[in-house]
Design a protein around this ligand. Structure first.
Ligand code: FRU
Length: 520
């Protein structure tokens, strides 16, 4: 079959083309006014990254007095994992972030591992007052000396509080508030106010299962129940739990969703986040679900959890955009790792069951310089090239029926990131083997990332692909199926090739390839 290459005239798609010409916004938090601020190779332009050094999991996601807090696992001395602190940033819209000083430092009980934060509205802890409720952080202490001595009880749970909306923190003098009875992996407390029990609920992971604890005051904790020894995926250690109710869209039915990150054991290798849909009676979580289901089938969305205390009913998720397989080796110099875009979670009826959807918050649209809608057609077995200088800072959207096609993001060096949508076999495949710099770790290019496109409704399906300088987030059907992946092209991608794999003409409706503004 002859494959003809049709280059779309630049004049026609001139609006799609621009230069990487970022507007610099002054920000009080910048270390200095260097022109190169946030301009290093691979530096994401609209995803959160620390100014410098190593970051992993999002921690303590909480809204309080007009600010969305983002704490994160942080090692301020190096660009690889090391003694953990809680880094800190705040935002009014979860899109533009202001860096704040480190919130929590290691102490005699250990390093500060992952956890959550709550607003103690009723002053149950006594740390604040009804007029000025405390922000309370609940985290895992990891005692290196204990681990090195071969003990199993080196992870305990501690708390700290802030009375100035996160600027300064005081550790509770009675730490740890939960001791360890000999469970090697016992960590990542997620705490929320439980209306049913009129108490605080804490989720903890204990190796291969979830534990639920409860407390009247965030200080005295009691074990309540467990879940999951025999359910879901168990290829690695369970980490970073979260549990929350969601109303099934279009109904008044409420289900509870449990998130559990697992490393290794994700379907495409290494780290991944599974979810369970079930019920929570105030003390016990139950689910009929035996099989593992995944919030994101890309290689790079891990340890994600949701915000506490947001001013509306939204359930907002942020994940760490990396994978423990190669997180320490990615080719960035000044900093390492980024967070996903904040995403809204929703539950929808899918077939006879439910699906957990995740999709960028509407607020993200404010960063997008919307290009006009186009109708794009590609003839039978043909290819269409769409030159665009902004692909590494773009938001691509379109709708299409049950067609099979490829999207190839490529550059002058012929590096390419390939997305294959195979509707016949109901499969999406992402291949980054030749996407640019891949040799920094043997498991980075492989395996090919696969995502079954099961249970899609008939008719037109929307696709959205958001690409930053070192990541791609791909959403099918409003986020029913999602893939997040890192990429490191040697030079920016500047050509999008759309390849029709069928005899019929490929029609992409409401095609919109827009530039995304920088947040820094
Ligand atoms: C998940 C994790 C957590 C732990 C933290 C340590 O990525 O392993 O379980 O608390 O990272 O940095």
């Amino acid at each position: 079959m002859e494959v003809k290459k049709v280059i779309l005239a630049i004049a026609v798609l001139g609006f799609l083309i621009g230069c990487k010409n970022k507007t610099k916004e002054p920000s009080s938090v910048k270390e200095n006014s260097e022109l190169s601020y946030y301009q290093e190779p691979y530096r994401p332009q609209f995803h959160f990254t620390p100014e410098k050094m190593w970051m992993n999991d999002p921690n303590g996601l909480v809204y309080h007095k007009g600010l969305y807090h983002l704490f994160y696992q942080y090692y301020p001395e190096d660009t690889v994992w090391g003694p953990m602190h809680w880094g800190h940033a705040v935002s009014k819209d979860m899109m533009h972030w202001e860096h704040r000083p480190i919130a929590l430092f290691p102490d005699e009980h250990g390093l500060i591992f992952s956890g959550s934060a709550v607003v103690d509205v009723n002053n149950t802890s006594g740390f604040g007052s009804p007029e000025n409720p405390a922000l309370v952080a609940i985290f895992t202490y990891h005692l290196m000396e204990g681990e090195e001595a071969g003990r199993k009880d080196f992870q305990t749970q501690g708390i700290a509080y802030s009375l100035d909306n996160g600027d300064t923190w005081t550790k509770y003098t009675g730490n740890p508030v939960i001791e360890n009875t000999g469970i090697r992996d016992f960590r990542d407390p997620k705490v929320f106010w439980n209306d049913k029990a009129n108490k605080w609920t804490m989720l903890l992971v204990a190796g291969d299962h979830l534990q639920i604890w409860e407390s009247p005051n965030l200080i005295d904790w009691q074990y309540t129940s467990e879940f999951g020894r025999q359910q879901g995926a168990h290829g690695g250690v369970w980490e970073c739990p979260d549990l929350f109710p969601l109303e099934v869209e279009g109904t008044t039915e409420k289900k509870w969703v449990l998130l559990i990150s697992i490393n290794p054991g994700a379907p495409n290798g290494g780290s991944g986040t599974q979810y369970f849909i079930g019920d929570f009676d105030g003390s016990t979580f139950t689910s009929d679900q035996q099989e593992a289901r995944w919030i994101d089938l890309g290689r790079d969305n891990y340890a994600g959890v949701t915000y506490n205390n947001v001013p509306n009913e939204d359930r907002i998720f942020i994940g760490w955009m990396s994978n423990w397989d190669y997180a320490r080796d990615t080719p960035t110099e000044k900093w390492r790792s980024a967070m996903t875009l904040p995403r809204k979670l929703s539950l929808r009826k899918v077939g006879s069951g439910y699906g957990l959807f995740n999709f960028p918050l509407e607020g993200f649209d404010g960063l997008v310089e919307k290009a006009p809608l186009q109708k794009v057609a590609v003839r039978s077995m043909d290819v269409l090239s769409v030159p665009n200088e902004n692909l590494n800072q773009s938001d691509l959207m379109f709708k299409t029926g049950a067609a099979s096609f490829q999207l190839i993001f490529t550059n002058d060096l012929k590096e390419k990131l390939v997305v294959v949508v195979d509707r016949k076999n109901k499969m999406l495949i992402l291949n980054r083997a030749n996407s640019g710099r891949t040799g920094f770790h043997k498991s980075f290019p492989d395996p090919i990332q696969k995502m079954p496109l099961s249970d899609l409704p008939s008719g037109k399906i929307n696709f959205r692909i958001i690409m930053d300088w070192s990541s791609l987030e791909l959403f099918v059907n409003d986020g029913q199926h999602v893939m997040t992946t890192q990429l490191f092209p040697t030079s920016p991608y500047n050509n999008l090739v759309i390849k029709n794999m069928e005899e019929n003409e490929l029609q992409l409706e409401d095609f919109q390839l827009s530039k995304v503004k920088s947040i820094w």
